[in-house]
Ligand binder design. Structure first.
Ligand code: HAM
Length: 422
């Protein structure tokens, strides 16, 4: 026998016993997006590789090591999207969205792809909920973005979360900070982990968020970027923190938070969970005022965040949050006698047309097995036997109270609905 085929490493099936939980999170997200005035956008799963190379930055782990890139049959270099922000900005530019009211607030959801080392909460295909506001430099939009994330998680019932905030400066002030930081690390360069040794020249700020104990020790006393921020970045950061203070949102300023994508300017933030272990970021985001220019457009400031749906569900499960009720057929039609099959089928479809979810057995199961199936989640069993057919009725059993009534056939749907509504 040929060897059976399994899913590739780092990807997984979200089975029905879990996917209804995902459905709940998506429904809440959709509602939140509406409340916060974001409009949904559907973007392609693959793009020209150049979009990510230029948008996210050649020196990032994502572009350097993690992209699923291939040449299509027309000889173009194509990449499965590792994130949505670059695509959002591309779409904004391509569809001239700067013409309307600004900022343009967009949200989208779907699978992203990164060739990372799989572990708990980290997959090679994972889902993101992505929120972006394009076209405004105002720090209040940063505050609105952070609030959207915080309120989404609160509405989902999540706890033990922390908003972590930093500024990563801008092209005006970052070069000076890079210099200050590399000078500070200076003699210790040889003690850095191999990844950070490599980052030293290319992207030294990322050394700050290395998890390696030795790198951490070296950068413990490193000067914070705040001391190097230009006036515009400094004012912006103050406006963001005072906006959050006004709204009573708690946050923690962490000079080590630099994020792994190169497009960030000014605000960088994450919401971290105390229940996720090493992969603790439930969401990450920030401002990216130069991204549009990096991909060939005019200056379009933007700010947004993406939350990992896989990690949200994991956290909610760990915290015993409610996902609502798993959808089950409300009514189960039981056919105790083959002569009753046509009438049983008629009721089955009448129930569904009336908006009552309903199912029945198609496998010729025994009466006992049919009652067992009905008992695993349905509220009402609608029983048809020879007796019911000859009397023109259906027996309705309330599976929560075990009460039983005989309903005339023309009243069966209404009676089932009455039991469900009780
Ligand atoms: P990111 O920090 O790379 O940012 O990803 C955002 C979130 O996606 C993470 O906080 C995490 O919850 C989830 N995530 C990332 N990688 C994985 C993975 N391999 N497995 C499971 N979940 C994962 C971005 O992608 C930016 N585009 C966010 C943004 C939007 N910045 C501005 N606007």
């Amino acid at each position: 026998m040929a060897e059976s085929i399994k899913a590739p490493r780092g990807v997984r099936d979200i089975l029905p016993e879990d996917s209804w939980k995902w459905g709940h999170v998506l429904a809440v997200t959709q509602k939140m997006a509406e409340l916060y005035a974001y409009r949904e956008i559907h973007l392609p799963v693959f793009e020209h590789t150049e979009l990510f190379a230029r948008g996210i930055g050649e020196a990032t782990d994502v572009v350097e090591k993690e992209m699923y890139t291939f040449t299509d049959k027309g000889g173009r270099s194509i990449t499965l999207r590792p994130e949505l922000t670059a695509s959002m900005v591309r779409s904004y530019l391509e569809h001239s969205m700067s013409g309307g009211r600004q900022p343009v607030k967009l949200w989208g959801v779907g699978p992203m792809f990164r060739y990372e080392r799989p572990q708990k909460g980290r997959y090679r295909q994972f889902w993101q909920l992505d929120f972006e506001s394009l076209g405004s430099e105002n720090a209040l939009v940063d505050v609105d973005t952070i609030m959207t994330a915080v309120e989404l998680f609160r509405t989902l019932g999540m706890s033990n979360l922390e908003v972590v905030l930093n500024s990563v400066g801008c092209p005006v002030c970052r070069p000076a900070y890079r210099k200050t930081l590399t000078e500070f690390i200076g003699d210790h360069r040889g003690d850095l982990c191999p990844t950070c040794e490599n980052r030293f020249n290319r992207n030294p700020l990322r050394i700050l968020d290395c998890k390696d104990e030795k790198c951490k020790r070296i950068t413990d006393e490193a000067p914070a970027i705040f001391e190097s921020l230009c006036e515009s970045c400094s004012r912006h950061f103050e406006a963001v923190t005072s906006g959050l203070d006004d709204l009573g949102v708690a946050y923690h300023i962490d000079k080590r938070l630099v994020r792994g994508l190169d497009y960030y300017t000014k605000t960088a933030f994450e919401v971290q969970s105390g229940d996720l272990g090493a992969q603790n970021a439930v969401c990450g985001g920030g401002r990216y005022d130069n991204l549009a220019e990096a991909i060939g457009g005019p200056h379009v400031p933007g700010v947004g965040f993406a939350a990992g749906l896989d990690r949200i569900v994991l956290t909610m499960e760990q915290q015993n949050c409610s996902f609502g009720r798993e959808p089950m057929p409300q009514a189960y039609v039981i056919c105790a006698d083959e002569t009753a099959r046509p009438e049983a089928l008629e009721l089955l479809y009448a129930l569904r047309r009336a908006g009552v979810s309903a199912d029945m057995d198609y496998m010729g199961k025994s009466l006992k097995a049919q009652f067992k199936a009905a008992g695993s989640g349905s509220s009402v069993a609608c029983v048809f036997g020879g007796n019911e057919v000859s009397k023109g009725i259906v027996t309705l059993k309330n599976l929560m109270t075990s009460e039983q009534i005989e309903a005339p056939r023309d009243q069966a749907v209404a009676q089932v609905m009455a039991v469900i509504d009780r």
